[in-house]
Design a protein around this ligand. Structure first.
Ligand code: SF4
Length: 98
């Protein structure tokens, strides 16, 4: 094992995940100010979306990116994830409300 492979282990992965989280939270802040037509650019598959909550009580309904259904609309939406969103759903970029 050389020096490079030592740094590419779990610590390197954690650093990558932290970087991704920082980018996503920055994106969330940017998207909050975007017109709806420009938002919802991520596919459900790319963020691991599912219609059931995480095992830690994280659900779309308590995510900062969740958009309540418009009056008369059948489904809720998300500021970043395209398509109909279940209030009881969850994905990997869940962001707590501040
Ligand atoms: S958990 Fe994911 S899909 Fe659900 S509202 Fe938050 S960002 Fe959107």
């Amino acid at each position: 094992m050389n020096e490079t492979s030592k740094t590419a282990g779990p610590a390197g992965s954690r650093r990558g995940l932290l970087h991704l989280a920082a980018c996503l939270s920055g994106a969330a802040l940017c998207v909050a100010a975007m017109p709806q037509a420009q938002a919802a650019a991520l596919s459900k598959a790319s963020v691991g979306y599912r219609d059931i909550p995480s095992d830690k009580g994280k659900v779309c309904a308590n995510c900062a990116l969740f958009i309540l259904p418009a009056q008369g609309a059948a489904h809720a939406r998300c500021k970043l994830v395209a398509g109909p969103i279940s209030p009881a759903g969850w994905c990997q970029i869940w962001t707590p409300r501040s």
